[in-house]
Design a protein around this ligand. Structure first.
Ligand SMILES: [Zn+2]
Length: 440
């Protein structure tokens, strides 16, 4: 038994090198290339892709003859974008209540149907040039892991998924108003943590299901329960021992403070962060994923949710408050990671809906290149994957996209014009001709 396992491992390890060696080369000529690590645009660069990997980045002059060339000289070439906060296995109508929808999904939507629906939503990210997503729970019992594996093995087309498994939360999770006798249903959506010792085991359970990171709910608003600092510390300690990052959903300022004190890597949402908390985040290098939406998205949402059109002043107030929070975070030196958290059905594909985050960050005053860095290199770095994704650099995965337009002076419409998407060296879609020969 053990012997055959060892032989299998040796075969697996030794065959990896061969697979890469046998594949063909492609060269991409980029009119502009976004260097996401140094946050600048480079002119006229040549990217050599072989198999699933980037081999080199050089100048046009280094193009060898008789190779496949993808001519993107009229385009800006970017690393595949990353949405750091998604829920592809969850969708609710604008008029629906979150807790009611969750209970309905958990009791009336089979896992099979849920994951098939999620697969369609996941694929739509590729159409927008988002080649990686961080899937942060509300995905049943590890359905996110199943979807990730199906995509990785080539059964389905979709973005690279980094999956958290069920969210670790205090009693009740985020599903409010559920009677005691039905609390067991919540255990099929959240991993309820009952003590610091139990918190350790929760992480270990996730490790055995091969999660990529740990997501916690530091608070459960509108449920009043929250994880204690001791419980979050236990989670962080065990997660770190398995080299897993921990990111914390925080609505209240107090829960964010607790999570930062306990050593988490990131704060999701952070709608109510005080200056003192932001300063602590900057000091401890804890990142923030602001998950707001643009004004036009909010108007669409309000209409679908049935708000009266003459009663939309709350949108301005809401956005002003959150823009102020984002500005203060940037001023204090907090690292910003781009994430959408869009799970409401606003009658466009999920990928398109999620891309609204670029419009929001732009409207909130972030500069185009900083937004791009928050959705590429910085996002990958905070996941500990900066050598694999989010950066067009030798040995990284060949996740490469191209947009048409002036990315500095016309950011929003340029980001809407994604005309080329490659993931893992495979062209997912391409509105541009591929030629072979070639002139230098
Ligand atoms: Zn979320």
């Amino acid at each position: 038994m053990y012997k055959s396992l060892i032989i299998l491992l040796i075969i697996l390890i030794s065959s990896q090198g061969k697979l890469i060696g046998q594949s063909n080369s492609t060269y991409i000529k980029a009119g502009y290339l976004y260097d996401s690590k140094n946050n600048k645009l480079l002119k006229n660069k040549l990217i050599h892709v072989k198999g699933t990997k980037i081999i080199s980045v050089g100048d046009f002059e280094s193009l060898p003859e008789n190779n496949q060339v993808i001519d993107l000289t009229e385009y800006t070439v970017l690393p595949g974008l990353i949405d750091a906060h998604t829920h592809v296995l969850f969708s609710q109508d604008a008029k629906e209540d979150f807790a009611e929808h969750s209970m309905k999904s958990l009791t009336m939507e089979s896992d099979a149907l849920r994951v098939l629906r999620g697969a369609k939503r996941a694929k739509s990210y590729l159409d927008q040039g988002i080649t990686s997503i961080k899937e942060l729970g509300n995905s049943g019992l590890y359905l996110d892991i199943a979807l990730r594996d199906a995509i990785n093995e080539g059964t389905l087309e979709g973005p690279r998924i980094f999956a958290s498994g069920p969210i670790l939360a205090a009693n009740g999770g985020q599903i409010y108003g559920v009677l005691p006798k039905y609390q067991n249903i919540i255990n099929t959506e959240y991993r309820i943590v009952t003590s610091p010792e139990d918190a350790k085991n929760a992480v270990r359970e996730h490790v055995n299901q091969n999660v990529d990171l740990i997501k916690i709910c530091a608070d459960n608003i509108p449920n009043k329960t929250y994880l204690t600092i001791e419980e979050i510390k236990s989670i962080v300690e065990i997660a770190q021992s398995y080299n897993l990052k921990v990111t914390a959903h925080c609505v209240t300022n107090q829960s964010a403070w607790n999570a930062i004190e306990a050593g988490v890597d990131g704060i999701e949402h952070g709608f109510n962060l005080a200056d003192s908390t932001l300063i602590k985040m900057a000091e401890k290098k804890v990142y923030l994923v602001p998950t707001e939406n643009s004004k036009s998205y909010m108007k669409t949402y309000a209409k679908l949710a049935g708000y009266k059109t003459n009663d939309l002043g709350w949108i301005d107030n809401y956005l002003n408050r959150l823009e102020d929070r984002l500005r203060r975070a940037i001023e204090k030196g907090v690292t910003i990671v781009a994430g959408s958290d869009n799970y409401t059905d606003i009658k466009v594909s999920r990928g398109e809906s999620s891309k609204d985050m670029f419009r929001y960050y732009f409207e909130a005053g972030m500069k185009p290149l900083n937004i791009l860095q928050s959705s590429t290199y910085i996002s990958a770095y905070q996941l500990g994957r900066e050598n694999e994704i989010g950066y067009i650099f030798p040995e990284a995965n060949a996740d490469i996209i191209a947009v048409k337009g002036d990315i500095i002076n016309d950011f929003i419409s340029t980001m809407a014009n994604v005309e080329f998407v490659m993931k893992d060296g495979e062209v997912y879609f391409n509105k541009i001709k591929i030629s072979s020969n070639q002139t230098r």
